[in-house]
Design a protein around this ligand. Structure first.
Ligand code: ATP
Length: 255
């Protein structure tokens, strides 16, 4: 369910242009505290670029992004990145650091040392035993690495979680389990979560609100229920048609 009603993120006519490509075209958008928002759309529609304007991996050419009523352009980067957890597909664990050191890297860069018990606690949040802290990244499966990515994103006690195709490289069973775990953590910690995904079924099942991007703009902004019931326009419905036709095909196999 959505949260308190306060707006945690406010995009005001945010634009980003690369040479001749307008990756984001004057996007204005507000995201409510406690909501779980999925950002879907075709490849190249601007999803990742929009997400990265929040933690300033991308600096917009125009417009502004406000996080908790502060323009992110004016917040010192370490403080911003501490409050904003970030999980992405190629999780980028440092190969020569143990799992524990990888989890603790964000706080360490901000001058804080995480205790062994805090690292074990973070591992338990993603359903891994505390002993994983001593492993090296190459000793993990892809799903375990992605769990470490989530633990690392939570290490700074963020209030906002940004996820860019976090489960894209995972097998369907792991993907489903980790998606539901993240949804539970979102609820447990009262986070606001924005997740980029290619998978409309994942968006419909995990999010409270689904934003559809096309050509650098948001062309639909609907609840999953409204999308399933036909709202959102042609582009959104084109994306909903994929899981719908798969569900129909499965049903047709039933005896
Ligand atoms: N660093 C960059 N330099 C030049 N063009 C870029 C850069 N980053 C993104 N773009 C372009 O901006 C547009 C939007 O890219 P973006 O990565 O935001 O799309 P996306 O919807 O996240 O795509 P995908 O689903 O494939 O990850 C694309 O046309 C892309 O080629």
């Amino acid at each position: 369910m959505t949260g308190s009603g306060a707006m945690v993120l406010q995009f005001d006519r945010v634009t980003k242009t690369y040479d001749t490509v307008t990756a984001i075209n004057a996007v204005s958008l507000e995201i409510e505290s406690g909501s779980f928002v999925a950002l879907v759309g075709a490849s190249g529609s601007g999803k990742s670029t929009l997400l990265k304007t929040v933690n300033r991996l991308v600096e917009p050419g125009g417009g502004s992004v406000r996080f908790e009523d502060e323009d992110v352009a004016t917040v010192p980067l370490p403080a911003l990145r501490r409050k904003v957890g970030y999980v992405f597909q190629s999780i980028g664990l440092f190969p020569h650091m143990s799992v524990g050191e990888n989890i603790a890297i964000g706080p360490r860069l901000a001058g804080e040392k995480l205790s062994v018990s805090r690292i074990a606690e973070l591992l338990e949040l993603v359903e891994l035993d505390g002993s994983y802290a001593n492993r090296m990244p190459h000793e993990l499966s892809g799903g375990q690495r992605q769990r470490i990515g989530v633990a690392r994103a939570l290490a700074g006690d963020p209030r906002l979680l940004l996820m860019d195709e976090p489960f894209g490289a995972l097998d369907p069973v792991t993907r489903d389990a980790l998606g539901r775990r993240v949804r539970d953590l979102h609820q447990e910690f009262g986070l606001t979560t924005v997740m980029v995904t290619h998978d409309m079924a994942e968006a419909l099942l995990l999010a409270d609100r689904v934003l559809v991007m096309d050509g650098g703009q948001i062309v639909a902004d609907e609840t999953p229920r409204a999308l399933v019931n036909g709202s959102g326009g042609a582009i959104a419905q084109g994306l909903v048609a994929v899981p719908r036709s798969q569900a129909d095909a499965l049903e047709a196999l039933e005896e």
